[in-house]
Structures are given as C-alpha cells and as structure tokens.
Write a protein that binds this ligand. Sequence first.
Ligand code: ATP
Length: 326
Amino acid sequence: MLKIKRIGILTSGGDSPGMNAAIRAVVRTGINNDLEVYGIMSGYQGLIKNEIARMETSSVANIIQRGGTILKSARSEDFKTKEGREKALNNLKKHKIDALVVIGGDGTFTGADIFSREHDIPMIGLPGTIDNDLYGTDFTIGYDTALNNVVMATDKIRDTAIAHNRLFLIEVMGRDAGFIALRSGIAAGAEDILIPETKTYISELISKLKQSRRKNKMSGIIIVSEGDDAGGAYDIADKIKESYPEYEIRVTILGHIQRGGPPSCADRVLASRLGYEAVRALLKGRSGVMVGEIDNKIVYTPFENAVKQHHKINKPLLEMARVLSI
Ligand code: ATP
C-alpha cells in the first residue's frame, strides 16, 4: 500500500457554511499525522490550472467561524474531459501529492469517482452542500446553518405578514429536494410546506387557507421549495390569486442569503469531525468513499452510492407539520 505523505484539499460545487471548519480539520489532522497538506484553489479548476499551495496550521487560523470557503469554489467543465483530468494528474505529480480530500456535493463526488479510478489516486469526500440531499449522512455540512438562516428570515417576515393580514410565500433553495423547506417550515410554524417529493394541489391549498380565515387566522406563511411541482413561489401565488383574489399575497425569494454567514455550532462540529475522520480514513487505506455521520456514528459510503442513491425525506414530519399548523 502507498504510504501517504502529501495530501491535497479542495472545495467544489456550491459553497456551504462549514466548509472552512472542514478545511481547518483536514489541515490540522494532516499536519498532526506528519503529512504535508496542500490547498487547491477553486475546486477541480484550480487543480487543472496548478493553483496549489502548501498549508500550515496557521493557514487555517481564525476561519472556523467564517462562511464560504477560503479555498474558493468553482465549477469546472474541463475536469469532465479526459484531457482536463490529465492536466490535473500532472499537477498532482508536480507537487508529489499522493491523495485528495474533496468537499462538495454529488457532482464533486462523480468527478472524484472517475478521477480516482482512472489514475488510482486515493480520494475521500466530505458532504458539503446546504441541500442535505446526499445519501450516506444524516446531515450535510452547511444544512443546519441554511435552516437557521431561513428560520430567522421567516420570523421577520411573519411580523409584517401579521401586521398587514397577508399571506407570504417564501421560496427556499432545493431544486430536487425539500429538506430545507421541510425542516425550516416546521421550525418557523409555517401554515404549509410545499416540496418536490410530494404533489401540490392548489385547490387543497386554497381550501385550507379559506378554512384558516374562518378561524380568524388572517395571515400566513407558506414555505415553497424552488423545485415544487406546482412551480416556484411566484407561479403558486398567481394560481392562488386566480381563485382567491381577496387574499393579499406577497412573495419572498430568499436566494443566496440562505448559504451565507457564520456556520452554526452543529455545522462547525460536524465539519470538524468529518474533516478529522477523512484524514484518518486515508491513512487507514480507504479511498473512493464519502465520510458521513449517521446516528452519531461515522459511516463510509462509496461515491457511487452517495450520488446514485437517494436520501429520503421524512414524510411523516410533513404530516406532523400540517397537523400542527391548523
Ligand atoms: P452542489 O450540490 O452544491 O451543486 P456539486 O458538487 O454537486 O455541488 P457540481 O457543479 O454539480 O456541484 O459539480 C462540481 C464539479 O464536479 C463540476 O464543476 C465538475 O468539475 C465536477 N464534475 C461533476 N460531474 C462530473 C463528471 N461527470 N465528470 C467529471 N467531473 C465532474
């Protein structure tokens, strides 16, 4: 087995709060195990362009509390080509880097799977995405912070909704998965939560709203995943207005504010633990897996499974949210 002496680390795909805490954990665990650690800028694109620099323990000082990623993140079309990956390999060789830790989402792991098989490079992945849509971990790094951002924003919007007797549709991130909408909607006491995993019937929504009015509930909040099958928040608002014109409706798209700001305590701890375990996994000879946490235990999931299998939404929680919001 190859004795690993130098490892590289990169962040790729959409940034997520907690990536810095994970970088810090990888760098410091590596150095603690007598490894040299190299930071690769801007994901796979930086690997192709040879934007690689040695990191020391001081390189990651004062970053655990910062959102974004000090290594920057990017999407790289070049890495999807064999020529691009050849360049990446040559740059790894130039720096004598033996193994890589990549932090990102399913695209990042697809790239890692291809690259590690093609060139026999040990690679470990860490789940860094606010969407929580990866199989093989209860929570992804950044999800909890995004939830807190949504809940804080929704609490503020509720004040104005109540003051003006308005219905607010708040659109949150989640093109393919409703994890952000479901959990934040429960925590914010939303009147309804619309997610891609379940069919949305506008007629049911309207009768529910009318019922609420009869109970003197004059305002409301509906959390909408951007990937809901009835369309985005604006489309749904138009559909409600068509048959319920007397209800005053406003739409707020929370957008990128959801993934900014300091990571939550839960994200910092998760990122630290997974970063630490990623280096230990490499040293134990593991490769081609994502490190996750399930029921508080460390779990290794092959990249292929992390990408292809689906993290299932907890539908009973949606039922519960609907009971509690009457
Ligand atoms: P997020 O969940 O935030 O979107 P992600 O990791 O899924 O994160 P992507 O943009 O899908 O983000 O993927 C990140 C990068 O992974 C791509 O820009 C590309 O460099 C690499 N990648 C994705 N798919 C492939 C592939 N089929 N072959 C090689 N590399 C890939």
